[in-house]
Design a protein around this ligand. Structure first.
Ligand code: FES
Ligand code: FES
Length: 457
């Protein structure tokens, strides 16, 4: 524990002196009193049986101090470096209230900062300093039992950093989320929102430890179009987890980060209640609630609509307002074409009509009377996948697969028009097809793979 504190101190000193931790000179923080401070704090916490340390916002003080490098502003450079990401406050006192040693101890050992965790207090201790200040020069320590400690899991502090963005290409979210995770985010996610003047936007949420707030905020400013971020500290409890490898019917599952994750609950299991079946909403050849705007029954007027789908003639009597996508799925029974939004936003329903890629939720079936329609089911020939389908398989271009038929149909038309597209052209052409889980990186690779295969390479 003590060596972690000194390591962090060395890293901070190295950063401010522009050198490496191995070459850093500790000056006064390497002196006996600093060694006593660090080891004493660690021994004290050990003797108290403390599992987690939480600190309040740190009153850094102000003014100047005399140090080995002369007169320096408070907080000193090493202290400021150590406090990055930690909540601080200015109490108006112009003295050095947090030293580099104190900052190193607190920022290394703290599991949370800013707010006091929910706990049952069992002891309180005071340590008084010798400086005469206008407020009590006292450090107060509460020892307690986290309120969740006897429950299913211990409580810890995390920070939720958020920003709302409405002017960024969706394709840029994926690399941004990856960079945030690489930079120490515990979790990241996107939430679609409707903003003022009915503008659609996205809330980007990042969960992190308090010490990561500054770095992750900087990343958001650098890598997204945002001009402001906000954050809130939360208490959280989580179950202990472990990675396990599962054998499945398709072979062993992946180990490591892609493997299955299990959470263990401490204490007795909660009583289980039988699940109440929710009313099913059948989307394939089933019944639809009368309130469904696309399928409300009882329309007296019907029209016979005929078209050729994947080379097979189809003729069905349908309501005039039936959308092409529902004609394909319910009348022709070709459910490979998906419905993601029904409002022409996601591209999951893309098919070809008379050789043109169209979102089939934007056309009425009656508008396609006599048309030639190609759906995802019509791409494979003689039991062999189309090269684009192959590409998605080989390059892992899908996860849940919901967007995949629409992506493939859009890519199919793009490659007919432009057999050797650049990455930028692929990304541009797929702007009308949204993928929420695979990410565009592998989708682009899948299409490049298909382009090479179709060019005979
Ligand atoms: S279902 Fe047609 S674009 Fe989303
Ligand atoms: S693969 Fe899941 S939405 Fe694209």
């Amino acid at each position: 524990m003590a060596s972690r504190v000194f390591q962090r101190l060395a890293e901070a000193e190295a950063r401010v002196h522009g050198t490496t931790p191995e070459r850093v000179h500790f000056h006064d923080v390497g002196a006996v009193d600093a060694i006593v401070d660090v080891t004493g704090a660690c021994i004290g916490l050990h003797l108290l049986g403390v599992d987690a340390v939480h600190v309040g916002a740190l009153p850094v003080g102000g003014g100047f101090v005399e140090g080995p490098h002369g007169r320096m502003p408070v907080p000193g450079p090493a202290t400021a470096e150590l406090l990055k990401g930690f909540p601080t406050l200015d109490t108006g006192i112009r003295r050095e209230l947090v030293t580099p040693t104190g900052a190193a101890i607190l920022t290394t050992l703290a599991a949370g900062a800013g707010t006091m965790p929910a706990m049952r207090i069992t002891a309180v201790g005071y340590g008084a300093g010798t400086m005469d200040l206008e407020t009590p020069n006292v450090l107060r320590l509460f020892v307690g039992e986290a309120s969740g400690a006897s429950g299913p899991a211990p409580v810890e502090t995390i920070v939720q950093v958020e920003t709302t963005v409405d002017d960024m290409s969706p394709q840029l979210y994926e690399p941004l989320l990856e960079r945030l995770l690489e930079a120490g985010a515990l979790d990241v996610w996107l939430t679609p929102v409707i903003m003022k003047r009915s503008r659609p936007g996205v809330v980007l949420t990042v969960l992190c430890e308090p010490a990561r707030v500054a770095d992750l905020s900087r990343l958001l400013f650098e890598e997204s179009s945002t001009i402001g971020v906000r954050w809130t500290a939360y208490q959280r409890a989580r179950l202990e987890r472990e990675m396990v490898r599962l054998d499945t019917a398709h072979g062993p599952g992946p180990s490591g980060p892609g493997g299955a994750r299990a959470g263990a609950r401490r204490g007795p299991s909660p009583p289980r209640h039988p699940l109440t079946p929710s009313p099913a909403r059948h989307t394939v050849g089933g019944a639809f609630p009368a309130s469904d705007p696309h399928h409300s029954g009882g329309c007296a007027v019907k029209k016979t609509v005929s078209m050729t789908i994947n080379g097979a003639p189809q003729s069905h009597e349908v309501e005039p307002r039936l959308l092409l996508v529902h004609y394909i799925r319910e009348q022709a029974g070709l459910t490979g074409t998906h419905v993601g939004c029904d409002t022409s936003q996601c591209g999951a329903c893309t098919v070809h009509v008379n050789g043109m890629a169209v979102k089939s939720c934007t056309l009425l079936a009656v508008q396609c009377d006599g048309a030639q329609v190609l759906t995802i089911e019509g791409l494979a020939k003689d039991g062999k996948l189309h090269p684009i389908q192959d590409g998605f398989w080989e390059k892992h271009g899908l996860q849940c697969g919901f967007c995949t038929p629409g992506m493939i149909m859009s890519a199919h038309q793009m490659l007919q028009r432009n057999p050797r597209p650049t990455e930028a052209q692929i990304r541009h052409d797929l702007e009308g097809n949204l993928c929420r889980c695979t990410g565009y990186h592998n989708i682009v690779k899948a299409i490049q793979y298909a382009a090479e295969k179709m060019a005979g390479k």
